[in-house]
Design a protein around this ligand. Sequence first.
Ligand SMILES: [Zn+2]
Length: 194
Amino acid sequence: MHETHFKLQRLADGKFSATLASRMGEMLGKAEELFGPRNEKAATFIGIEFHDAVPQLHFPTPGHVIIRLSLETLDDLIRAQYQLAHEVVHLLSAERGLSAPVLEEGAATWFAQLAIGRPTYTSCPKYRHAATAVRELLTFRPNAIKELRAKEEGWFRRISAQTFSEAGVTGVSQELITFLCRDFYLWGGAREVL
Ligand SMILES: [Zn+2]
């Protein structure tokens, strides 16, 4: 296990190494800069834990949320950062019981790729399609997600085609809007029209 995930280590220049907590602070700041502030009504973050399954948010008690990373991240710093960056985007509007739209999963995947500087670890085509669609949106309009979330009190899940027009995010194809607003988990994985 990487002790530096949790334990401060003094470096040669007298400063301390980054732990997962300090890395997460930087990620959260960057995610808010790109996608808008964390929703104040979202569940309160209470810690990171590791489990033998895929990374996810876990809501142990009402109003609280834990980030769960997969076991292999204990020994793999880059994978830990990748998974953490992805879950940090979900923290922006963490809400128990509802699944995420393609827009949110794509933003989380795109942001994780940005955090480690390369599109790795995403072997699932669904996540890759979602990230590509978000990249298309942000290339066209870099502040689009921030503008859309601002119209829906910060909730990713409330963003609809109507939100795009209300936020003035125009000039985006109807196909892309429909795709981004789809429920990620119910979607079969193929993007019919590109
Ligand atoms: Zn996700």
